[in-house]
Design a protein around this ligand. Structure first.
Ligand SMILES: [Zn+2]
Length: 173
């Protein structure tokens, strides 16, 4: 067995494991830092997103990881090992953790942008601009109606930024 996070799949026509994605899953990656021996197969776009999530996870303390595990949209997978799934994490969090300060969607958005709250909106904006510059897509494309179901890395980040902006706007109004 080869080592390393990602390598190509020799067998053809395996679908990407990201929910709703119909592209071919050519890249093998460990499912999560919690399940490094369980593998998922992803398309190029989603393996890049997967790595971004992975790195965001590694930067978080254990308590914060528990909060994120609860977010189905971040780590939803069909086969959580018994006792380790989102529900189990929710029970643990209720018993041990203090109340969550940020709504789940906002926490997920911070993780996607590889940010650790609390942060000023200016800091979030700066991060967004840096990410946009690095990825360099057609930014306008993500604002069109047809791009609503687009899961490219940039569109995900743009949606995350919008979520955070709206949260800050609500908080200060
Ligand atoms: Zn995909």
């Amino acid at each position: 067995m080869r080592t390393g996070n990602i390598h190509t799949d020799p067998s053809p026509r395996r679908l990407c494991d990201e929910a709703g994605c119909t592209k071919e899953g050519c890249f093998k990656a460990p499912e999560s830092p919690q399940n490094p021996r369980t593998y998922v197969w992803l398309c190029l776009e989603h393996v890049r997103l997967h790595n971004a999530r992975w790195n965001a996870f590694k930067g978080l303390a254990n308590g914060e990881i528990e909060k994120l595990i609860r977010l189905d949209t971040v780590w939803e997978r069909p086969s959580w090992p018994f006792g380790k799934g989102p529900l189990a994490a929710r029970h643990t969090a209720t018993r041990k953790n203090p109340p969550i300060l940020y709504p789940a969607a906002v926490l997920a958005a911070f993780a996607l942008m590889n940010l650790k709250p609390p942060l000023t909106l200016a800091a979030v904006k700066a991060r967004y601009r840096a990410l946009a510059k690095r990825i360099h897509p057609d930014a306008k494309y993500c604002l069109t109606a047809g791009a609503k179901n687009d899961h490219s890395e940039f569109c995900q980040i743009q949606q995350a930024f919008t979520t955070i902006k709206e949260y800050y706007a609500k908080k200060t109004s």
